[in-house]
Design a protein around this ligand. Sequence first.
Ligand SMILES: [Zn+2]
Length: 447
Amino acid sequence: MPTTLFLDRALLPDGWASGVRLTIEGGMITARQSGQTPRTGEAREALGVPGLSNLHSHAFQRAMAGLAERRGPAADSFWTWREVMYRFLARLGPDDVEAIAAYAFADMLEAGFTAVAEFHYLHHSPDGSPYADVAELARRHLKAADDTGIGITLLPVFYAHATFGGEPPTPGQRRFINDPNRFARIVEALQNDRATVGVAPHSLRAATPDELQAILPLTTGPVHIHAAEQVKEVEDCLAWSGQRPVEWLLDHAGVDPRWCLIHATHLTRSETLRLARSGAVAGLCPITEANLGDGIFPASDYLAAAGAFGVGTDSNIAIDAAGELRQLEYAQRLSLRGRNLLSRTEGESTGRALLTDALKGGAQALGQRLGALAIDHRADVVCLDMNHPDMAGRGDDLALDTWIFSQGRAAISSVYAGGRRVVENGRHLGRSAINTRYSTVLRGLTA
Ligand SMILES: [Zn+2]
């Protein structure tokens, strides 16, 4: 049975429109009309924009938010944070993983993300042996997505080595490790579930060139890889191959629009231009990158070269669609000492420009029809709270700028995911059960 959603104002692919009625069937938009008047009893919202895709998440890391914010004995860095992460995940079982994922996904929906690309590398039991079902933990993420309503592209991660040159993995990495054959079984199991599945070689540290060639053909879905997040990683890659990670990928891996390079923080000018021209998506995670002290992506140069990007929440330290876009712009302002650096033309709203680009890049990176209030796209709508005091007298682009630069998730009233209203008055409808389950897991982990 088709249902409808009426939006007084809506951001459509060609701009703002009034009186928009979306007809929704099977979770997808099957018809769209503008200039309509609402019908009695019809679901109605004041202002709707397409839901954003979160193109990079490690859901389980949500539960360690706040656990790595103390100064260590030596210089603290991404690498010391990673040690905390390895110790933490040694304790997680399948039920814990599912409860944490449900909590993170509900949080994403409340924060304006209606779909997620889960970069899933926690495959095996705590001692490193595979579960009876090799795809057990991946399936727990699909279950959490189904329960919360978020759209998902699952990216099983291929991880086999500690560093460049095929070095054996460390004990802390035992839950991630597969050879190409066992990895293929995980991918196949998920394809049988009819999930949208891509592949994610974890990084050039974790997969050799031969392994990369073996796993890329396993799906026709997106390919995601961590690249050039850390200066040390760039130096190690240079020592291994004579090339920088993004340079190596562009020269040897066939990077094209199917690809999403996560972080791509440390780029030369030539890499920046070549990545932009490749049609691949730069998967930026500005809040996590700030939290981990990674560095600043050259967004201003990259966008000037018409590069595609989307945003992700990565470690899930703080989940906020508007916050990621804001942090992306603010890092440019701080480093380049200017304002409104990621909009393109005089008078253009920076919030609108950031949202438009991230919707497009996010949908491309998830390999699904998302990110537009248009026919044959998933019916994902984020509705802003036009009764919020900060929204008084503001509409359209000004409402977007107020959401993105001022209020963040507090400005979101309702969220529809796959046509289902899953967030009401800023709160996910399954919140109390999800919270109870999550707090129990968290208490157990810190006991
Ligand atoms: Zn990541």
